[in-house]
Design a protein around this ligand. Sequence first.
Ligand code: ADP
Length: 391
Amino acid sequence: MIGSQDSVPLRLRGLGMRYGNGAWVLRGVDTTVPAGTTLAVLGPSGCGKSTLLRLVAGLETPGEGEVLLGDRPLSTPGSVVPPEHRGMGMVFQDYALWPHLRVRDIIGYGLRHGVHRTTAGERASRVAELVEFLRLGGLEERRPVELSGGQRQRVAIARALATRPRLLLFDEPLSNLDSRLRAEMREELALLLRRLGTTAVYVTHDVSEALALADRVLVLHGGRTVQDAPPEEVFASPVGGWVANLAGFSSRLVPEGVTVEGERATVTVAGVSFEGRHCGEDAGGATGPEVYLHPDAVRIDDGAGAVPAVVASSVFEGRHHRVRVRVGSAGTVLLHSSVPHRPGDRVGLRVEADGAVVFGGATDARPLGSAHAAQDDDRGTEEQHRDAVHR
Ligand code: ADP
């Protein structure tokens, strides 16, 4: 048995935090992580993800609300069970491996010291079990400096599992790996979390990690929950433009008009209409209608009825060309193309219905050039939006 004997739910009730007497940096976070499942906490830098994790870990005291593991209160404003008594394991971004210790001793560290101390025999057999589980065979006598980034992170995971924690916390564990290794480790971690069946909280700003690993995604913005839903729902029905942006719908257009019929919206851009999914009003407070497009759902097609656009840039990225096109004053659109395009070329765009999410705009049609028209600068809307998210 690699994981803990019994899985327990983690509950956060009205959790809030402020540093010193400063402003609240986290407020009213309510969620339950069912036993044996993984919650990803997703959001841009500064939204409160680390603060949330530190509260769950017992490294901070909540200003309000509580953290419960099973029925046991771990943190309230009046009392905090210290980290070493919470039955949890943590995996950090920077691995936090002791440089002078060997892999075998790093993994067994928690079983040698403190509340989880065991006999040497028990320790050796647990370390051997974890070495096998995390494919670290043959590396037991190495020091961290003699390991690759992926191997270091597997050692950090083995160490976190050694004491059979009832709760696993991950703090952006893959962000120091290169993109190829990150994709591999993402798959490996997803499998591992399923096999372990341990309740886990996984903090990340990387939407592909959240979507791949989690049973549920809690999206934070400015210290508040803006969405708490299964990954498929975050992708299919983001609650606002900046969540859509996080979920990969990276281009924002300001349409001339939007007509809504149930979950379908017909959007008019540069005089041409196409369909998208209507996701209600933008929870982030955008006042006019907006449409967000996924780069994989837009293609260049010069046939009749395509949205007219002008190529702004085209960059070869190996698997495809990353092409940015300007659509009049509605904004710019990013797409992937198998062939290069020349800046200045006039092209047509075709948008797949599930690749467009639409906010706002009941039945009115607004004239172009109104207060909501996109800024006409040289940057793509992706960059503009990223700036807005990080402000
Ligand atoms: P994230 O992990 O999403 O980047 P954090 O939880 O680190 O966000 O930060 C949330 C907010 O709390 C930010 O505005 C940050 O500046 C503030 N903050 C974080 N740590 C401290 C601290 N030790 N003292 C004061 N403010 C802090």
